[in-house]
Ligand binder design. Structure first.
Ligand code: NAD
Ligand code: UD1
Length: 336
């Protein structure tokens, strides 16, 4: 049985689907602070398999004790966390409390029940402003905001735990820019309010719900002047977690792995790909750079291939097509 924390969220729900399709049994804990349990109902429907769901908070030891007492948990995939950079700057207490304290609580209870297999959602944000690309796992870590700091702290805690006790098996997965949706159009990203990230914003513009995209700067040192990122399809990302679980069966200790495609796309390239996918013209205006944004970031993916035997399959066109299907079938996200 796999425990998925934050399993009702965007990446969590896609990973639950891949887990069930791979024959794993799944239990989810999620406090629904940034998600809806409807995502899990849809995953159950798509797979014809039940998910055991606990609505609760990873900061609450009682509910975690209950879950570990009631089920034989073999491994945990730990997605639960808050992820808005801007909110973390305004409210660092909340981010340290939710992400770091919540994680420590989880690791303590895992230890108590001798469940020492963990896959953790880290982020490319831990690298901060990189000097060269592609970004390799051994680059220095220099996050530039409280959200990124929480990821780095949790990574450090896990490094110390696995050094002290060699029976732990830990995968730190550093995601680049997850986008896309399941091809069924039944599950996808459903941000609350006005989206901060590029793809959810573009898709709302294409759907006519927002008037135009603001392109944050066209004076970067890139071929077309706009920022370049490594966008990765969420289904590829989810499959990377299954590979990490498989690896843990044969490998103890801690591994740190970038999950990206290794390809960078500019804002304008993404915009064009989305126009083709949606057959819509997407109005945009170039504005000032967003504070804290970097110019170029894409992954060195050679270690993922070597250690996990994993590489991304879906290209940017497929990512945009899947987002557009999800947007069209669910104009109001899971509220529909
Ligand atoms: P999400 O917000 O959709 O999912 C996170 C889930 O965790 C939500 O369902 C939320 O309700 C739940 N949650 C939050 N705090 C909790 C708590 N204390 N107890 C129980 N549940 C809690 O986000 P996502 O995009 O699916 O991201 C999943 C993980 O991946 C996060 O840890 C995030 O930081 C990390 N990550 C995301 C991205 C990205 O761009 N989406 C990039 C890198 C890393
Ligand atoms: C953001 C987060 C990062 C997180 C990542 C996850 C910030 C500062 N960083 O990174 O911590 O790990 O999401 O996916 O929030 N853009 C526009 N207009 C928009 C939105 C974005 O031009 O309305 C541009 C950005 O300047 C950037 C690119 O699109 O060049 C991608 O932006 P975004 O989707 O927000 O991701 P990141 O900035 O990489």
């Amino acid at each position: 049985m796999i425990l998925v924390t934050g399993g009702a969220g965007y990446i969590g729900s896609h990973t639950c689907l891949e887990l069930l399709n791979s024959g794993y049994e799944v239990t989810v804990i999620d406090n629904l602070s940034n998600s809806s349990s409807e995502s899990l109902k849809r995953v159950e429907h798509l797979t014809g398999t039940e998910i055991i769901f606990y609505e609760g908070d990873i900061r609450d030891p009682q509910i975690l004790n209950r879950i570990f007492s009631e089920h034989n948990i073999d491994a945990v995939i730990h997605f639960a966390g808050l992820k808005s950079v801007g909110e973390s700057v305004d409210n660092p207490h909340l981010y340290y409390e939710n992400n770091v304290t919540g994680s420590i609580n989880l690791f303590k209870i895992m230890d108590k029940f001798s469940c020492k297999n963990l896959v953790f959602s880290s982020s490319a944000t831990v690298y901060g402003e990189v000097k060269t690309v592609p970004v390799h796992e051994n680059f220095p870590l220099a996050p530039t905001n409280p959200y990124g700091n929480t990821k780095r702290h949790i990574e450090d805690i896990l490094k110390d735990i696995s050094s002290a006790d060699h029976s732990w098996s830990v995968s730190l997965l550093r995601y680049f820019n997850p986008i896309g949706a399941h091809e069924s159009g039944r599950i996808g990203e459903d941000p609350r309010g006005i989206p901060n990230n590029l793809l959810p914003y573009i898709s709302k513009v294409a759907a006519g719900k927002l008037s135009k995209l603001k392109v944050f700067g066209d004076d970067y040192d890139t071929p077309d002047g706009t920022g370049i990122r490594d966008y990765i399809h969420v289904v590829d990302l989810a499959r990377g977690h299954i590979k990490a679980l498989e690896k843990m069966k044969v490998l103890k200790g801690l591994i740190t792995v970038n999950l990206g495609t290794g390809n960078g796309y500019s804002v304008f390239e993404v915009l064009r790909a989305f126009e083709i996918a949606s057959k819509k013209t997407i109005p945009f205006v170039v504005t000032q750079r967003r504070t804290g944004d970097i110019s170029v970031c894409y992954a060195d993916v050679s270690y993922a291939k070597e250690i996990l035997n994993w590489q991304a399959e879906f290209d940017i066109n497929r990512m945009c097509t899947d987002i557009w299907r999800w947007q069209n079938q669910n104009p109001n996200g899971y509220e529909d």
